[in-house]
Design a protein around this ligand. Structure first.
Ligand code: NIG
Length: 434
């Protein structure tokens, strides 16, 4: 029998093993007054306390019928005191490696300019490309680590990070390497995605850039194992469906996990393209219609909704219920970037998932755990609390899953466990949720 090295006891455990579209708290798969046992990096038991027979070292297990759990003599034990215990949050969509800011564009949009108009006038993504190209490696890594640190404090144990602010072959490879550097020593795991088709590089034809990405950048990134995923921005003024298809197909063929910025500003067939190219996720989806939803349901593509970005752009947010009704899992992404979304609060994102995107608190929680892991094709290792998955776990400062979005913009994580080790223990900073 493998001995547990970490135990979380007396938790209200949301295993996230229910169906996302089940009613009420169904998606949570709750185990009341339960324990989670981890050996090394992996969960080995999730049991109600009433049926667990915990045996410390060579001591005899308590009598009874339940599952015997051997605990290593120096094991760490955390008493959750009845509070909510969930899988570590997975952030499936971020652009958090960048330099500079675009607060000026935020003000311009508040005064009536649109995101597309600002881009056409020379702002938008290419403005950040300029500042990111000019920044030193040290500054970029430091800023990314700070942002990762804030996510981790909120309970994020895995964060996806995209490139897309260098837009040259060498520059994008540089960003992939810097993401790896930022990940080194960061308090959460980092999953790098190559987003070379983010904007057409200034002074270059779109066709020439797609060709360089296909012939030089993708093969180099794959050979050096720098990226986990590949992404593209399919939109008027960015890249067309044929260009995106070329890069997604090549990336997916090369073993990368496909994602697509789809139907954000216009319904450009992005959701259907993501489905047809075997993408794990289609992201944004503000303008997706029933054809795109049906295609995603058929292909098993996860919908990653980014309600804080729609809010920040003052656009109507994508609605979760039509996707859920069609059987499409719905994940929530923070989309941290300098242009469309600069707010950094996980509970605010959960609140936006509920208030703006029409999810229940349990569905939103599923969207930041099980569905988000699936969006990154990491469902075999994280996103649920079941034996065999990684010990990435959050003990929250509340019993009630609804409290997380209800009491938004306050982070509720009290203990964060990553890979079976306590990454953060904030229990000395009491959180009064009442
Ligand atoms: O997902 N829409 C494209 N990409 C980002 C915005 C990036 C930026 O404006 O810098 C997004 O919203």
């Amino acid at each position: 029998m493998t001995a547990a090295t970490l135990l979380i006891r007396h938790g209200r455990i949301a295993t996230m093993t229910g169906a996302q579209n089940a009613p009420g708290e169904g998606p949570l798969g709750l185990v009341e007054d339960g324990l989670v046992a981890i050996a090394g990096e992996q969960i080995i038991h999730v049991e109600p306390e009433a049926t667990a027979r915990v045996r410390k070292g060579k001591a005899k297990p308590p009598p009874g019928e339940g599952v015997e759990i051997e605990v290593a003599p120096n094991a760490v034990e955390i008493d959750a005191q009845g509070q909510l215990v969930t899988p570590g949050f997975v952030e499936p969509h971020s652009h958090l490696l960048f330099a500079g800011d675009r607060a000026n564009e935020f003000s311009q949009r508040l005064a009536g300019a649109t995101y597309a108009e600002i881009g056409q006038a020379g702002g938008g993504i290419v403005a950040t490309v300029k500042s990111t190209r000019e920044a030193t490696d040290e500054d970029l890594v430091l800023a990314a680590r700070e942002r990762l640190g804030r996510l981790a404090r909120a309970g994020v144990t895995t964060a996806e990070v995209k490139t897309g602010y260098a837009l040259s072959v060498e520059g994008e490879l540089r960003l992939l390497k810097l993401i790896r550097e930022a990940a080194n020593g960061a308090p959460c795991d980092v999953v790098p995605t190559l987003l070379a088709l983010h904007a057409v590089p200034p002074g270059m034809e779109s066709r020439a850039w797609v060709e360089s990405v296909l012939k030089e950048l993708l093969p180099q990134a794959a050979a050096d194992k720098l990226a986990h995923g590949v992404d593209a921005f399919c939109e008027k003024g960015a890249f067309g469906t044929d260009e995106c298809r070329t890069i997604l197909e090549a990336g997916v063929r090369g073993g990368l996990v496909g994602h697509l910025h789809a139907d954000q500003l216009t319904n450009s067939g992005g959701a259907a393209l993501a489905a047809a190219t075997g993408c794990a996720s289609a992201d944004h989806l503000e303008k997706t219609g029933s054809v795109g939803i049906a295609a995603m349901a058929k292909s098993g593509t996860v919908a990653v909704l980014l309600p804080l970005a729609a809010w920040s752009l003052k656009d109507p947010p994508a609605q979760a219920p039509p996707f859920l009704k069609a059987g499409v899992p719905v994940a929530l992404g923070g989309n941290l970037n300098p242009g469309t979304q600069r707010m950094e609060s996980v509970s605010l994102l959960l609140a936006a998932g509920c208030v703006l995107a029409g999810m229940t608190p349990a569905q939103a929680l599923y969207g930041m755990t099980a569905a988000a892991a699936r969006a990154l094709l990491l469902q075999e290792s994280r996103g649920k609390l079941v034996p065999g998955l990684r010990g990435d776990i959050v003990v929250h400062g509340t019993k009630d899953p609804a409290h997380l979005p209800y009491h938004g913009a306050v982070e509720h994580a009290r203990v964060v466990v990553r890979r079976g080790k306590v990454e953060l223990d904030l229990r000395k900073e009491p959180l009064r949720c009442g």
